[in-house]
Design a protein around this ligand. Structure first.
Ligand code: 6PG
Length: 245
């Protein structure tokens, strides 16, 4: 019987976010090629944020090194706004990546935003995820994540309900500090991934990252990035030196 895959956890330090994105792009090209060779498809969960955006722009520049016909793209979280809103993660990915590459439209799975009914939109997207993955075990080939200065990741913000909805894969999440709904993968939906890469840049992240990595018994409700530990997948932290605890 083959050995159960062992979860791994690695930290790599970079001079700046541009260096993080160059490394992430190099590694994603290799990972996507190998995954497509083995399983015929590469399922990628995209993150919002300025650092992920920089990566998408790099991917667009190196578009000839990806087999877009075999790459399925999903959103790990989304703002509760129309797709053409300047706050939309879908719009951000279009501007930085999709508008510049020969993607297959049937491979792009945007969150079906209904601003007046985020609960319905979340349930619908959760159904899409289950349908594409053939069940509730989302074995993403890669989940890209950023981390906020408050230690949030995706749209799992401190002290918000989505942190506790571990019976679900994708939910609407009221975020009091933003006074708005967000839509997000839950922590179990991220932790079932084969690979999870955090991309974290800037000195403003250091206090949060210190808490996220602390050995103290700290609350994951307060520091949601502590929720992320893939059960059998590889967790990578790509961090700038000024963000390192
Ligand atoms: C979002 C992201 C969010 C982001 C972090 C880090 O929709 O905004 O999903 O989790 O990744 O806030 O953003 P920066 O990389 O811009 O610091």
């Amino acid at each position: 019987m083959s050995e159960a895959p062992q979860a791994s956890n690695s930290i790599t330090c970079f001079d700046d976010t541009a260096a993080i994105c160059r490394q992430a792009c190099d590694d994603m090209i290799r990972l996507a090629r190998d995954t497509i060779q083995q399983r015929g498809v590469f399922r990628l969960s995209l993150s919002g944020g300025s650092t992920p955006r920089m990566l998408y722009e790099l991917m667009a520049q190196r578009k000839d090194e990806f087999d877009w016909n075999a790459i399925e793209m999903f959103w790990g979280d989304e703002r509760n706004v129309p797709p053409d809103d300047d706050q939309s993660n879908y719009r951000m990915v279009c501007e930085s990546l999709l508008n510049h590459i020969p993607y297959a439209p049937e491979n792009i799975f945007a969150v079906p935003i209904d601003v007046d009914d985020p609960e319905k939109a979340a349930k619908q997207y959760e159904g899409t995820l289950k349908e594409r993955f053939g069940g509730a075990e989302l074995d993403w080939d890669l989940v890209l994540l950023g981390m906020g200065d408050d230690a949030h990741t995706a749209s799992l913000f401190p002290e918000t309900e989505a942190i506790d909805r571990t019976d679900r894969l994708f939910v609407e999440n009221w975020v009091p500090k933003l006074d708005c709904f967000r839509l997000t993968l839950t922590s179990p939906a991220i932790n079932s991934a084969r690979n999870v890469w955090f991309m974290i840049g800037g000195a403003a992240k250091r206090p949060a990252l210190t808490k996220v990595w602390s050995d103290e018994e700290l609350s994951s409700r307060k520091y949601p990035s502590r929720l992320i530990h893939p059960s059998a997948g590889n967790l990578r932290w790509l961090v700038t030196s000024d963000a390192m605890p």
